[in-house]
Design a protein around this ligand. Structure first.
Ligand code: SAH
Length: 362
């Protein structure tokens, strides 16, 4: 393994750490509900598609990884779900009642708040826990060492902002905007090309790390095949962009600062993902579908809650570029315009916006 392969050069924008007002821990119920929704599908994938007998024939340890785990508690709930489904499968398919030991690897960028994660590991957990720092766009684990990989709401983060967006001479220069849904085709293409590069690296690394017969379940923001990128979401991000532009007009932020800022995230369609998986060639696609977790949500879906979620996720990326004062002011302004924000929220979230897929290593 070369060093280049081991350490991927990825920019990191961790979610807000700790457990305070603006923390991810306190503001990630939507992501949690999405993964609860995914529980049924994980159960089904493990029950119907995983040949656990052959996975544990050579080893008494099942190794599971959560890629982009953040600080919890969502990752603990997801890992518990995976573990229970694997256990059930072992009992129904394994050698008599033999249940293996479980090792769970919690992965995120080194700048993630692993202290909070470790301090809140569930008591009485039935697995050995380890933190694995580093970008999932490179190798993180030894060859053929993982049996089950899970990733939720993380793979839409690109390894970096596509370079063309910052080049004034490029057609993809994203002046006055901070994301691609309301931007030109060239900007959207630059985002798509960056996603393609990143996803190829992701699949190559996992193809080496996951054992033959091992499984990977991914949940991430996505876009239905039949919808053009300009037809949906990002509206909310644009709202942040236009709030920043108001601040430019008031002389609080320099225009060049907004021009050179872009959110490093992309929402792919099932078609785009399938093509990349097929090109990689090491995995079979067991399931690939769009879903609408909001239809099953129990938490209030109002502007205030949503803005708090957005802040817990986005504050890091904004602060790096604009500094914390500007970010505080931006989110306060957005909160004051919550009625306007509410209308956009209803418009953007009335559709399936998550893609869910299950891959099996050939
Ligand atoms: N899986 C959790 C957290 C999602 S937040 C949940 O469902 O609630 C997304 C996380 O992905 C963040 O913690 C972010 O730091 C991490 N992430 C983004 N890009 C990453 C990369 N290239 N490598 C590792 N982690 C990454």
């Amino acid at each position: 393994m070369s060093n280049k392969e081991a350490v991927a050069m990825t920019e990191s924008y961790p979610m807000n750490g700790g457990d305070g007002t603006y923390s991810y821990t306190s503001n990630s119920t939507y992501q949690r509900e999405s993964s609860l929704y995914a529980k049924e599908m994980i159960d089904e994938a493990i029950a119907k598609k995983l040949d656990i007998k052959s996975l544990i024939s050579n080893s008494n340890t099942l190794c599971i990884a959560d890629l982009g785990c953040s600080v919890g508690p969502n990752t603990f709930i997801a890992m518990q779900n995976v573990l229970e489904a694997l256990e059930k499968k072992c009992l129904s398919q394994g050698n008599g009642s033999k249940v293996p030991e479980f090792q769970v690897f919690f992965n995120d960028h080194a700048s993630n708040d692993f202290n909070t994660l470790f301090a809140s590991l569930p008591h009485g957990r039935q697995y050995f826990a380890a933190g694995v720092p580093g970008s999932f766009y490179g190798r993180l684990f030894p060859e053929s060492s993982l049996h089950f990989v899970y990733s939720s709401t993380a793979l839409h983060w690109l390894s970096k902002v596509p370079e063309e967006l910052l080049d004034k001479n490029s057609q993809a220069w994203n002046k006055g905007r901070i994301f691609y849904p309301s931007a030109s085709e060239e900007v959207a293409n630059a985002y798509a090309a960056q996603f393609t590069k990143d996803m190829k690296n992701f699949l190559n690394a996992r193809a080496k790390e996951i054992v033959a017969g091992g499984m990977m379940v991914v949940l991430m923001p996505g876009l239905s095949d039949d919808i053009h990128y300009s037809q949906r979401s990002g509206l909310l991000i644009d709202f942040i962009g236009s709030t920043l532009m108001d601040m430019v007009n008031e002389g609080l932020v320099r225009e060049a600062q907004v021009d050179s800022f872009n959110i490093p995230a992309y929402c792919p369609s099932p078609k785009e993902i399938s093509r990349l998986v097929e090109e990689n060639g090491c995995f079979s696609i067991e399931r690939m579908q769009m879903m609408d977790p909001r239809s099953k949500m129990h938490s209030p879906f109002d502007a205030h809650t949503f803005i708090m979620h957005l802040r817990a996720v986005m504050e890091g990326v904004f602060t790096k570029h604009f500094g914390s004062e500007i970010v505080g002011e931006t989110f306060e302004r957005i909160s004051k315009k919550s009625a306007e924000f509410s209308c956009l929220l209803d418009k953007s979230y009335n559709e399936r916006n998550q893609v869910y897929f299950v891959l099996k290593h050939k």
